[in-house]
Design a protein around this ligand. Structure first.
Ligand SMILES: [Zn+2]
Length: 505
């Protein structure tokens, strides 16, 4: 249902008008984005940049007169990304586009130069064990070579129907064959690099294409001593074809990093104390950590910006809220909602008094959907609050009540599991899944500031309305439908504990 169909009359509210004016005429989004994404950079859990970001956020809040602190919730392997430099040096020289994966072991000196070899298509795991010594001293290519570097939408636009269909068929067959090739080694994506490392390989070379022009997803390495690098589709294909045709290409890999032992991990918490009901909470929520192929601009720099800007505006326009407005910038969402799960575990007194929580974590786009997360009466209060949001913003938002409880995906789920009315402000995609989510291209230039500004206004107004609401929100849950598979009524997601010590053996 569209929020516009809810039928609430919109009356003028001076606080709402002041929020909109401040957001539009004194926006701090651009400088905040520059400082966070460009100056500090990506925020991998356990990296010095993550801690720098925690300190930066506290300083920003204090500068706005908002109480803020970094709350330790765990420990992680401390790792600092250094230089990644990959060159083909034979049969001709070409610098390759690629980078080491997160937590890849460091190369020493000028790096490693060695020949490339392709993961072989063996009969079974016994044959693979026999082959393994061949990997010694070689860079092993463990990904399939993509048959096309053009995304499907490009084929759709320009290809004949026949050639598009043919390409897709071919790609499906290749993908299936490569899965089979992997399976027959007796290892999986995680264990294969380790087996190759044990066999003395010089390094692991892969390409995790994200199905768009120029995008690869950059996750973590599993090797302990040898580098693991991801190479862009174009250069990976080049190496693969040269290896296959017997040209014996050699690459030189310099992938430096620093191990920093065990480091503490934090959530950044800031709050504007409530005047009438200080023990009831409206929570603004967005994870602060990111993967580090890009700068985490849309995952979740933009969610972070929305919450920071909303807090800044609220402090200025609505400094004496009825209820406490608290913001949580969670650490290590990417490894399993760890920061927010820890907060839920550590602060039952807050969680049981949550009036509402708003989380944003799916890109830079304007909010287009809000689900009631299975709270039976969410329609009433969210509908009331949304009625105050300017029509230009509200018109894009579809609501879905009562919805069903989210079990994962982002930090609101940690609170929903604990029974707190927590909601996801869900964004328009802007090709998030393909182009920015966990990719090497998740950078400042992908931020759509007008949409982020609209989200900051929305969030500030929702927080204001939730704080002012004369009623405490209902936590009554819907009766969940019967699960088609088990024929049993579905159950509410159960709270899960965080990983408090991560990345360490
Ligand atoms: Zn995220």
């Amino acid at each position: 249902m569209l929020a516009t169909q809810l039928g609430f009359a919109q009356t003028k509210d001076p606080v709402v008008e002041a929020i909109v004016k401040e957001a539009n005429e004194n926006s701090q989004l651009e400088p905040l984005a520059h400082e966070l994404m460009d100056v500090i950079g990506p925020r991998l859990v356990g990296s010095p940049q993550m801690q720098q970001a925690n300190e930066w956020a506290v300083a920003k809040y204090k500068g706005w007169g908002i109480t803020a602190r970094n709350e330790k919730w765990g420990e992680w392997r401390g790792w600092q990304r250094g230089v990644s430099h990959i060159d083909m040096v034979h049969p001709r020289v070409k610098s390759l586009e690629g980078m080491q994966l997160a937590w890849s072991p460091s190369t020493k000196g000028k790096g490693v130069t060695a020949e490339t070899i392709i993961l072989p298509d063996v009969a079974d795991s016994v044959a693979f064990q026999k082959w393994l010594p061949t990997a010694k001293g070689k860079f092993v290519l463990i990904s399939m070579a993509q048959p096309t570097g053009r995304p499907d939408y490009n084929w759709q636009e320009f290809g004949t129907k026949d050639s598009f269909e043919k390409m897709k068929k071919e790609r499906t067959a290749l993908t299936e064959a490569w899965r089979e090739r992997l399976r027959k080694t007796g290892f999986n994506n995680r264990t294969l690099p380790v087996a190759l490392e044990k066999a003395g390989a010089a390094g692991i070379v892969m390409s995790n294409w994200s199905s768009g022009f120029g995008v690869n997803k950059i996750f973590s390495a599993y090797t302990k001593k040898i580098p693991t690098v991801d190479i862009a589709l174009e250069d990976y294909g080049l190496l693969y074809r040269l290896t296959e045709s017997g040209q014996k290409p050699r690459i030189s890999v310099q992938a430096e990093s620093k191990e920093r032992g065990v480091v503490p991990t934090f959530n950044t918490i800031a709050e504007i104390k409530g005047i009438q009901k200080p023990d009831e909470y409206v929570i603004l929520s967005a994870h602060f950590d990111s993967w580090d192929g890009g700068t985490g601009a849309t995952d979740n720099g933009t969610g972070t910006l929305v919450m920071m800007e909303a807090m800044r505006i609220l402090k200025k326009i609505y400094p004496n809220p009825k209820r406490t407005i608290l913001v949580g910038h969670w650490g290590s969402e990417e490894q399993g909602l760890n920061g927010s799960r820890a907060f839920v575990e550590d602060h039952p007194e807050i969680v049981k008094n949550v009036q509402a929580l708003f989380n944003q974590d799916n890109g830079t786009g304007r909010v287009v959907n809000i689900s009631g997360q299975g709270f039976l009466h969410s329609y009433n209060y969210i509908g009331r609050w949304l009625s105050k949001v300017p029509q230009e913003i509200r018109q894009h938002i579809e609501t879905n009540f009562p919805g069903s409880p989210g079990a994962g995906g982002s930090d609101y789920a940690s609170f929903v599991a604990a029974g707190a009315p927590a909601f996801s402000l869900s964004s328009l995609s802007w090709s998030y899944g393909t182009y920015t989510w966990h990719t090497n291209r998740d950078t400042y230039d992908k931020i759509v500031f007008d949409d982020v500004r609209s989200n900051a206004i929305l969030t500030a107004i929702l927080a204001y309305m939730a704080s002012e609401d004369p009623e405490q929100t209902s936590r009554e849950r819907i009766v969940l439908p019967v699960d088609a598979k088990t024929n049993q009524p579905a159950t509410w997601p159960a709270p899960k504990g965080p990983t408090r010590r991560g990345g360490l053996d």
